[in-house]
Design a protein around this ligand. Structure first.
Ligand SMILES: [Zn+2]
Length: 205
């Protein structure tokens, strides 16, 4: 996906200033202006309003006048107008921010939720449960439960390792569990979980 960050205008007020000497057509005429609020957007999704911009043009020749071309007193007038213009930002200019906040909230919620489920899965292990494990070398892998006895859990260790904790989802596929079998006492598993070396447990519903 291509991300485009930019700004667009949302709302505008216009007006005019009398007694303006145009640097382009040299007429003594009126200066027209339009003040707009601007919002940032990310790939067409508005994030939040940022600032105001002012567009000025000659009433006589209709040419756009740059700020630096203005006489000093007109510059001050324009500055004042820009500062004092109140352009209420429409609610939709916050769409992206609200969506991001929602996504963040959902992320935290599902993290907390999966953590809660992990505790339940720890206490009631089932064949097929997957332990997501932080290894001593700093990488991450998974153990899949093959069977349980009264005190022990028999697992197959994933043939692959991941760089990041959430990437273990990608290596958790049946063909990656081959011949590295091992056995843990239930107490060992509980200890690993409490030390966060087993940082979550996945159960395929
Ligand atoms: Zn002009």
């Amino acid at each position: 996906m291509l991300f485009i960050l930019g700004t667009k205008s949302y709302n505008s007020n216009g007006g005019e200033i009398d007694n303006f000497n145009c640097p382009k057509c040299f007429a003594n005429t009126k200066l027209n202006y339009i003040v707009s609020g601007r919002y940032t957007f990310l790939t067409f999704i508005p994030l939040f309003p940022v600032d105001k911009e002012i567009l000025i043009f000659c009433d006589h020749c209709d040419e756009v006048i740059q700020y630096h071309q203005l006489e000093e007193n007109t510059k001050n007038e324009i500055k004042r107008i820009k500062k004092e213009s109140i352009l209420p930002a429409p609610f939709w200019t916050y769409t992206g921010s609200i969506a991001l906040a929602g996504a963040l909230f959902f992320g935290i919620y599902s993290y907390v939720n999966s953590n809660n489920n992990s505790k339940i899965y720890l206490q009631n292990p089932m064949v097929g449960d997957v332990y997501n494990v932080k290894m001593s070398n700093g990488f991450y892998t998974t153990y899949r439960i093959d069977k349980m006895s009264k005190d022990s859990i028999f697992v197959t260790v994933n043939d692959y390792q991941a760089y990041l904790p959430y990437e273990t989802d990608d290596i958790d596929t049946p063909e990656n569990y081959t011949d590295t079998k091992t056995k843990y006492s239930k107490q060992d598993i509980a200890n690993l979980f409490n030390k966060d070396e087993i940082y979550s447990i996945t159960r395929k519903e």
